[in-house]
Design a binder for this molecule. Sequence first.
Ligand SMILES: Cc1cc2nc3c(=O)[nH]c(=O)nc-3n(C[C@H](O)[C@H](O)[C@H](O)COP(=O)(O)OP(=O)(O)OC[C@H]3O[C@@H](n4cnc5c(N)ncnc54)[C@H](O)[C@@H]3O)c2cc1C
Length: 599
Amino acid sequence: MKLRQSNLNKLENTTFDVLIVGGGINGAVSAAALAARGVSVALIDRGDFAGFTSQQSSNLVWGGIKYLESGELGLVTKLCGSRNRLIRAYPSSVREVRFFASIEHGFRRSRFTLFLGALLYWVIGRFFTKPPRLLSQADIAREEPRVAPRGPGGFEYSDAYLVDNDARFVFNFVRAALDHGAIAANYVASLGSQRDASGMWSTRVRDEEDGHSWTIRSKVLINAAGPYVDELNAQNDEPTRHTHVFSKGVHLIVKRITPEPRVLTFFADDGRLFFVIPLGPVSCIGTTDTRVDELPPRVEAADRSFILDNVNKRLLLDRPLTEADIIAERCGVRPLVVPKQEQGGTVDWVALSRKHIVEINESDKHISIFGGKLTDCLNVGQEIADAVTDLGIALPYPNRRWYGEPDDSIRDEFFHQAKLMGLDKLTAKESSEQLSTRLWRRYAASALALLDDIRQDPSMAEVLIKGTEYIRAEMHHAAQREMVTKLSDFLRRRSKIALIARTEEIKVAPGLLDACEILFGPLAQRKLDEYFGPHSVTAHPPAHATGFASGQGTLAASPSSHPSTSAQQPSQAQEPSSPQSSSPQASRQASSAGRLARS
Ligand SMILES: Cc1cc2nc3c(=O)[nH]c(=O)nc-3n(C[C@H](O)[C@H](O)[C@H](O)COP(=O)(O)OP(=O)(O)OC[C@H]3O[C@@H](n4cnc5c(N)ncnc54)[C@H](O)[C@@H]3O)c2cc1C
């Protein structure tokens, strides 16, 4: 909380080279790329960082195999390059995973043609991953007995996934920007920006926590508001040549379907790729692709039945999945960029491949970021640094590396120290991986400070919220360095507790109040009430989410060997009190519900 308050003070009293509005992946990488090169940067988001689209992805870092069918070789080459670069730069957190694809009789392409496509994909990806494999029906039956025999076989190929989750991946860019001097704050909304006579941007902003408003001045303004880019540009009278159309994507979370650490891949009834992605004790199934106009998107009954029907047809389960089996739902929109004149719908929907466009208005010193993918984030960061330079902002350290895990010497030092102090012996028994592996992946060089904390006080290595992997030292770290402003910021985005455990399980988990006391001090109970109270979405689980027996009886995060994805608290895309879903005043109303047992 102190970090946020100190940044709010600086946002009021500094004139910045660049103000970035929107802390999803596009805003976060922009801040990281600019701050590391010595530009003075402010970053604001009216919700939490990654609290909108960037927490709703499939968590895949992929080269766009499906765009081969539309002949977009250039795009596939670019995305495979971005994928390989991310795997190389983040070996602990972006990892290769196998996709196990089965083909049905009568599908528009033969199994062999699709296998040749996978081979081409591997070649375009410069042989960076394991080679693809042709699968017979007997191979599928032997290796994935849950897959229904509906065709001649299939093929296996590789892409990558985010081991923690998309939101954590985004936050690490925000953290990197902070480390290089950026001033960032969550729950600060832009109310609109104007250029004054001197050519400076004045942006009126409001602290969504206390309603206080003020003005931030900057030489350049970057609109990274994701699906809200058009709305913000309209508010600021900023003309653009591009605009967004929205494709809604829904995922359903159910109990783990298959133990193997691979992504089951099908072609759904609409001919699109459809995945069953393992996530610790659960599986994440999806996604849909429907054009919508309204924000925020909502899960409709038709989305649920599309996903359930498709998965039931293609898997051999003890009984078909029904709405009663849904543990959680996730829903977001892909912001797809189109030239303004094509907005009416003349363009091919599938061909609206997920490119990004950085549109620069030189005379206004304004940049809008349209579209994009998590996978392409390093290119966005680089393009923004180039664009800002073109707008006359000097980069004092133009060649400074702004992304990637620390170099091997720091990594070796961390693991050396961890070994000397016997850290892995302190790994909790419910943990899916060694403590040292997880701490390094989540905190990189900052993990050395956690070792120091544990050396000084061994209780710092105790798991605090029972059933999770998160230790006391991590709570202190999150409180000091991760700008946890609401409980959902920690449960849903900095950690993945809320991605795999039911709200009811989290609510009664021993140690949760202790964790909140570390995170929020005297505000602990208020933050708990805010999360579990009557105004939160968790207080109103959908009918289908009730009466479902507990999963594995653990809140442990997914094993590192298992691909992960992000989940959402039941039935809603937004946080209970995020600005997109309710007023800040409403979110602050305390309730007496949701008392937690102390550990
Ligand atoms: C279902 C689905 C699956 C996907 N799967 C993948 C995948 O597997 N791999 C992949 O690479 N990509 C995937 N994507 C695409 C990727 O998730 C998005 O392209 C990306 O997250 C968009 O990031 P963004 O920063 O542009 O937008 P956002 O994450 O939406 O960020 C914009 C931010 O701006 C803030 N904001 C808006 N207005 C204001 C304002 N007035 N003041 C302050 N802040 C404001 C919002 O609160 C928000 O946090 C998927 C997308 C969807 C929907």
